[in-house]
Design a protein around this ligand. Structure first.
Ligand SMILES: NC(=O)c1ccc[n+]([C@@H]2O[C@H](COP(=O)([O-])OP(=O)(O)OC[C@H]3O[C@@H](n4cnc5c(N)ncnc54)[C@H](OP(=O)(O)O)[C@@H]3O)[C@@H](O)[C@H]2O)c1
Length: 298
């Protein structure tokens, strides 16, 4: 099976994790391409790349992910997350190729008491979130053979993410103040990549009716940003990270341009029921990520 990943194989967290996951397995020929070779803003690059690679499946791990910058840069966010995603899905559809597209729990406003299921009504709070929700619709309209995977709080040993920021700040500051009133599930990019690989293997079985649609795919369990930060600092002891205190604060005490949902929890039962895929507990992801960082020579 040949899979084309849209996303930079060095700088894109999920694109890189997918590439690593495929190296660990035989039977998957995976190609990850970022800009300029595959630029979601340039339709010719999309068409040329799909024609060159001739994939059995496209995974869209490329996105405009600067959540706060998007508030003052809406055109750029929508160009990539809605129009670019739609163009990639359409180009794949024109060649009879299904697409796995990544989305976010930010499509919800966080007002639900329990974990969100796929049929809950979205209500995005910010520009990035709206651009991702409209991207879901664009992908679904352009390519009926789509899987939309909503994930949350993604991190990896590389790229720009909360875990790496906390490790850096813990070395620079005497204490950290982190919001404790937003709940969600940290998702280890290698765990999500492995889930996508397992899903792709099921699709490869060429069942006549595939369960296309929206799925939630996040790390197991739930926590708050403050508790996540506390776990990162504790696990970081293996890296020599000073064991500084993490002070829980409220969202209004840490104002940001984009509003975030207070409840980011996603129910992943559908993914397990349909594909038999469940991501490991988020704490396992933190431990594995720190172990990976420990193994990298300084
Ligand atoms: N990070 C999170 O916490 C989180 C949470 C929920 C959902 N998600 C979703 O999960 C997916 C993967 O996120 P991630 O964290 O892996 O993102 P990431 O690390 O920010 O990587 C995004 C990739 O998209 C590329 N990209 C941006 N504009 C592009 C364009 N016009 N054409 C081609 N590539 C372009 C970037 O390349 P450049 O280096 O060239 O800019 C980068 O390689 C995204 O759909 C994101 O919305 C992320």
């Amino acid at each position: 099976m040949r899979i084309l990943i849209a996303g930079d194989p060095q700088d894109g967290q999920l694109a890189r994790a997918l590439l690593d996951a495929s190296r660990a397995r035989s039977g998957i020929d995976l190609i990850a391409l970022g800009r300029p070779r595959l630029d979601l803003l340039h339709r010719a690059s999309i068409a040329d790349t799909i024609d060159d690679v001739r994939p059995d499946l496209v995974v869209n791990a490329a996105a405009y992910t600067a959540v706060d910058k998007a508030e003052s840069d809406a055109d750029a966010a929508f160009a990539v997350n809605r129009d670019g995603a739609g163009a990639l899905a359409a180009a794949a559809a024109a060649r009879g190729v299904p697409i796995v597209h990544l989305s976010t729990e930010y499509v919800f406003d966080g007002s639900k008491r329990g974990a969100y299921v796929e049929t809950d009504v979205p209500n995005p709070l910010g520009v990035y979130a709206r651009s991702k929700l409209e991207g879901e619709a664009a992908v679904a309209a352009a390519n009926p053979r789509h899987l939309i995977l909503r994930t949350s709080w993604l991190y990896a040993p590389y790229g720009q993410n909360f875990l790496r920021t906390i490790l850096r700040l813990a070395r620079e500051r005497p204490q950290l103040r982190v919001v404790a009133d937003q709940q969600g599930a940290p998702t280890d990019a290698p765990h999500l990549a492995e889930a996508i690989r397992a899903i792709a293997a099921r699709l490869d079985a060429q069942r006549p009716a595939q369960p296309w649609g929206i799925y939630h795919a996040v790390g197991g369990g739930e926590t708050t940003w403050a508790a996540f930060a506390t776990a990162i600092v504790a696990a970081g002891a293996r890296l020599g990270v000073p064991q500084i205190p993490v002070i829980p604060i409220t969202t209004p005490e840490y104002p940001l341009p984009a509003k975030r949902p207070a409840n980011s929890r996603l129910d992943c039962a559908k993914l397990e029921r349909v594909f038999g895929v469940r991501l490991p507990p988020w704490q396992q992801g933190v431990a594995e990520c720190i172990a990976e960082l420990e193994s990298v020579p300084a």
